[in-house]
Ligand binder design. Structure first.
Ligand code: ATR
Length: 280
């Protein structure tokens, strides 16, 4: 592939709405890296073939998004511990010897946004994680590593919350419940990892769990406030943030894996939220 710039892409289905090309092009400009980053819309039945083709023709790295995050595990020669624990990956790296490394930078992205950008303390705090799907699973181990007092996973389907808590029980204090079994004591931090925001809905957790001191975070993002962020503000929570920062931070961590340099995220986050506010 001599003479060509290094090729990267995000593979998903659908993927046209992805902000990743915008984010990575700003990272590349900022760090003076020469690369191209494009969208690859690939349906599940063609995923394996298209990924192999991408790397066989000289591709250097992929971001993997829905619905392929779990399917992609099988294509790797090695997985990072955090990808293994997440049961999913969002980053593929082609190494010099031709092998593929799979990583998951989503949890690190959330932790970086919460603790560095938003300065929310986690150590010793009570964390409520709403949702028990892939998005929730990916952030549990990185959150537990910060030694919260405990993480309570709350899910509409109680059994999924209990199963997820059991899977991470060896890493720290984590319990799983249905929405009706959560008591009434407000949490210090509440993170929405459900896909409810995507359909304009709210997870049905009791409002008593939101206190004046509670920090709320929605892993979803969109133009303007998400329904969850609006709801948390209406309930009088100290602060509520959508997931734009997590999106940029997970991308920065992927970029670091690929290029060996971690870009500054603050200017890219500002550009991204400005662009999202102006569009559509
Ligand atoms: P993802 O990979 O995005 O997490 P998923 O694995 O389909 O997607 O999980 C979606 C999560 O959002 C689940 O926790 C789901 O709850 P159930 O397990 O009970 O289905 C949750 N979810 C989706 N819509 C919801 C809604 N309207 N209210 C509450 N929870 C919702």
């Amino acid at each position: 592939m001599e003479g060509r710039v290094d090729q990267y892409a995000v593979v998903g289905h659908p993927v046209a709405h992805s902000f990743s090309p915008f984010i990575h092009s700003l990272f590349a400009r900022q760090t003076d890296q020469s690369l191209s980053y494009r969208l690859m819309d690939v349906p599940p039945e063609r995923f394996t073939e298209q990924v192999y083709e991408f790397f066989a023709s000289g591709g250097r790295g992929l971001n993997v998004t829905l619905p392929h995050k779990t399917r992609a595990l099988a294509l790797t020669h090695e997985l990072t511990e955090r990808a293994r624990l997440a049961g999913a990956l969002n980053t593929l790296v082609s190494r010099r010897d031709g092998t593929l490394l799979g990583d998951n930078t989503d949890g690190a992205g959330l932790v970086q946004d919460l603790t560095v950008n938003l300065r929310v303390p986690i150590r010793g705090r009570r964390i409520l994680l709403i949702g028990a799907g892939g998005a929730a699973r990916g952030v549990i181990a990185p959150l537990l590593a910060l030694e919260p007092q405990r993480i309570v996973i709350a899910n509409r389907t109680a059994e999924r919350a209990a199963a997820l808590a059991a899977a991470f029980g060896a890493l720290g204090a984590v319990q799983g419940y249905g929405f009706g079994e959560l008591g009434a004591q407000p949490f210090d931090v509440i993170i929405n990892a459900t896909s409810a925001s995507l359909s304009g809905e709210l997870p049905g957790v009791p409002v008593g769990l939101f206190g004046a001191h509670t920090f709320c975070y929605d892993m979803a993002y969109g133009r303007g406030d998400t329904p969850f962020v609006r709801w948390a503000r209406e309930l009088g929570c100290r602060e509520a943030a959508p997931g734009w920062g997590m999106l940029v931070e997970q991308a920065a961590e992927s970029f670091r894996l690929w290029r060996g340099v971690r870009p500054l995220t603050a200017p890219v986050l500002a550009a991204l939220t400005g662009r999202a506010a102006a569009s559509g």
